[in-house]
Design a protein around this ligand. Sequence first.
Ligand SMILES: Cc1cc2nc3c(=O)[nH]c(=O)nc-3n(C[C@H](O)[C@H](O)[C@H](O)COP(=O)(O)O)c2cc1C
Length: 319
Amino acid sequence: MTNRISEILNIEKPIVQGPMAWITNAEFVSAVSNAGGLGILGPNAGQVDVTRSPEKTAERMRTEIQKTKALTNKPFGSTLIVNGDLTYTWPILETVIDEKVPVVLVNGILDEKIFKPLKENNIKIIFRPQTPTIEDAKAAEEMGADIYVATGFDEGGSVPERIIGTFSIVPMIADAVNIPVMAAGGVGDVRGVRAAFALGAEGVFAGSVFIPTKENPAAENVKQMIVDATAEDLLLFRTWPAYYRSLSTKLANNLVEMDEQNASPKEIAKAMGLAGALRFGMLEGNTNDGIVSVGTGITAIKEIRTVKEVVDSLMQDFK
Ligand SMILES: Cc1cc2nc3c(=O)[nH]c(=O)nc-3n(C[C@H](O)[C@H](O)[C@H](O)COP(=O)(O)O)c2cc1C
């Protein structure tokens, strides 16, 4: 069974694994693509340490893209790091064009300068803003985005600024544009997928459900924490640019406390060290200095599975 998303992305099942800082690599991403979905290499894919050099960041991404190509002949994607002055964006943009990566996830900023070279090179654009709005979705469509991701407040990672759940944001955006919309945030099992489609989505964009898998590079204790937890265990705190969630860690509890004491979002982000907290928590399994960021759909996750088992289970209606 095909639909607009599977046709645009040239995949079997309309499910995309969202990029996740530090916890994607070639083995994981190719496993998603080999299972019939679309895997996306995220920021710091395959890395264990930090570089602040835009050129080195792009070079590392090129290596991971080449490794992914060796592991799958199915389409996969790469994320563009769209920072304010685009210093990180240009070297990665050149790399994805050069390596002929079929799909690029553009997040955050809508910019013609980024869209144009991607379109000229026939690269499909999935656009996912931090906070979806009707106006932004129309602008993205106008600019040539192939797919728009409507992310609800339920998501893992950096949560949208507006407190609108996936159940409400998906139909709102799907009614506003003609390009296909994917639902992100809180999809934990096949019921979430069915609900997303009932609300007007033509595909699902998921992160958390793919973390407790054999192929994901997250630390083993983090995978087990997710399996053992329910949405009731999640802490939420204001940071910059908006909110983050975490399962209970020492740092996460400190950040909640800072928030309760009215620390500014920038101060909280500084204490979180943004990427640092994810690297220490998710990748290294350090529950003192890190956070374990996941969405509210985790209650349904009961065991560590293979990526293929997750895709087959979520997409059981797409044969
Ligand atoms: C640990 C973690 C890190 C993430 N890092 C990024 C990122 O660097 N860039 C990005 O665009 N999205 C990031 N995301 C968001 C995912 O791509 C996806 O939109 C989200 O996980 C969907 O919600 P779900 O986790 O409820 O499935 C991250 C999500 C998680 C859980």
